[in-house]
Design a protein around this ligand. Sequence first.
Ligand SMILES: Nc1nc2c(ncn2[C@@H]2O[C@H](COP(=O)(O)OP(=O)(O)OP(=O)(O)O)[C@@H](O)[C@H]2O)c(=O)[nH]1
Ligand SMILES: [Mg+2]
Length: 295
Amino acid sequence: MNHKSGFVNIIGSPNVGKSTLMNSLVGEKLSIITKKPQTTRHRILGIINRSNFQIIFSDTPGMIDPVYPMQKIMMQYIEKSLEDADIILLTTEIGKIEDISIFNYIKKKNKNVPIIILINKIDKIGSLYIENTLYDAVNYWHKLFPFSEILPISALKKMNQDLLMNKIISLLSEHPPYYPKTYLSDKSERFFVNEIIREKIFFLYKKEIPYSVEVHTKLFKIQNAFIYILSYIYVEKDSQKGILIGKKGNAINKLKFISIKSIEFFLKKKIKLKFYVKVCKNWRYDYKILKYFGY
Ligand SMILES: Nc1nc2c(ncn2[C@@H]2O[C@H](COP(=O)(O)OP(=O)(O)OP(=O)(O)O)[C@@H](O)[C@H]2O)c(=O)[nH]1
Ligand SMILES: [Mg+2]
């Protein structure tokens, strides 16, 4: 057979660079990336297919103590990822003080699956003004996970990426591919459109707006040279609707402009994009609505 395959699940606190890492490993921009925490809300698969192996990476939301139903569902994705992993890439970032309870939880849940500790963002070391930063971090992680390999990386600058890939391949078991060899992800084009628009909302709007927004693409129709896309943008309050649209529609026009560029780049096709902004009160707290949104 000589074919390896397995699930390599990326887990860690918010904002440590999990999505950046998955995109970099897969070589495609599948997950959205922003400077703000709690960007990723779903489990997103990114698949590498080669003749002799298939690696199924999972990007997951950042681990937090969940407060409202959407966050509770996000944490269920992590729980599932801990359960079905063949390898766990436990990701942290240099200089970060982590919440130990999270790691005790991972240890408790882990069923003897190899954990590789990734200390990300080591490209920042020079600018952190902390002596022995990396040395201290490795020591710290070694005490917490004495049987785990620890690898300093930079997802952004692709530092130690080959080393990581070789390590992953060496740990994978022989298995036929789990997915057809042409698959890149488990998510639909509509999902990626929603995510790209959400990324632009994180980029353009401040404070609670990005966290109060959900994007739901209702129409995705290929016709002649174009894809016609209608996306609903849901906010939680009337006041947020006003902010999203902006004076004379300035803000939403800007959002549309930058969204079109990115969606066309992703789909490699010209699109016609239309937005509807709707108020959906407290959607983050309503399990029925969350289900409708695909959570
Ligand atoms: N300097 C540096 N920045 C990085 C690196 N990796 C990620 N970042 C930055 O860290 C921020 C968060 O990156 P993400 O990939 O969105 O982090 P995440 O862990 O997926 O975040 P959540 O989805 O919110 O849990 C972004 O501004 C990235 O550009 C790295 O290796 N070096
Ligand atoms: Mg992410």
